[in-house]
Write a protein that binds this ligand. Sequence first.
Ligand SMILES: CC(C)(COP(=O)(O)OP(=O)(O)OC[C@H]1O[C@@H](n2cnc3c(N)ncnc32)[C@H](O)[C@@H]1OP(=O)(O)O)[C@@H](O)C(=O)NCCC(=O)NCCS
Length: 303
Amino acid sequence: MEERNIAAPAYVYMMRCANGALYTGWTNDLLRRMRTHAGGKGAKYTRGFGGETLAYAELLEDKSAALRREAALKKYTKEEKEALAAGFDPARFVLLRPARPADAEAVLGIYSHYVLHSTASFLYQPPKLEDYRREMRTLCRRLPFFLAENALGQPLGYACAHPWRYGTGAYAWDTETTIYLAPEARRLGVGSMLYHALLAALCRQGYWNAYAVLADPNPASEAFHERFGFVCEGRQARCGLKNGWQGVSYWLMDLAPGRTDPPEAEPRAPLPGELAALAAQARRGAGWREMAGLEQPAEEKEQ
Ligand SMILES: CC(C)(COP(=O)(O)OP(=O)(O)OC[C@H]1O[C@@H](n2cnc3c(N)ncnc32)[C@H](O)[C@@H]1OP(=O)(O)O)[C@@H](O)C(=O)NCCC(=O)NCCS
């Protein structure tokens, strides 16, 4: 597949300074920029007045769009800026980015809830933090891993992929997808953003099949996967013992629709910057097929 040059995330934001003024700026990394302002190392202006809290943010298409929007915002009257700030809630502003091993605690915080309180995961106990961080380090070298958080830096959910079965030889083009949302972040569209980014990344890397293995029953996850176009390939009863016997269902997303020719090479690792760019596009509403350069299926075009 042809590698398309895709843009890095670019935000414009307004910071509420200690004197009540609103400072406008742009950045590629909103949370880091907020920490810089709060630490007194931001712009000269906020250093003077004390950068306090994020008052407003927008995610733009690329740096040039952010610079244009920043210039436009700077011309807004105080009332116009205040109106934008009044409609902004940092707890509901979603940020999507590639996860790093340093995010292991945040990821595990979400996953542990489902291990301890549901059959969505068949584990009895959450993995130990150090073990999980090590696993993430290995996974992130090879496969996409995305984290959603809000503008307060609170984790909302994650999606990642694992090797399918041996992950090598004849199975090299297959992968298993995983997604978990913090309970309070469900049904807000965050899962869809994460999955669009994940499937786009897997497809661009050269994977042909994405499998999801769901506890059976898991009506929310089934509806979610069905909505994406995953097809249920079968159900297995009585294969996991957790709060009684549980079954699983297997779901497939064809990442190489219509292709039968043998692939020329095994899937590649994510390219530097690629996952951040896909995350930004998914956050702005792009679909995974569009980001991977695939045709939209006819039924989706009609929606
Ligand atoms: C399954 C899960 C990842 C969905 O994520 P989400 O962010 O809540 O999903 P979205 O808001 O993006 O929903 C997208 C679509 O999926 C379907 N869907 C999602 N949750 C649903 C639910 N509880 N009931 C019915 N349909 C649902 C709907 O079609 C929805 O579109 P709509 O809101 O326009 O109707 C989330 O519910 C979750 O984390 N569940 C617990 C953990 C889990 O089971 N993970 C899967 C392990 S295989």
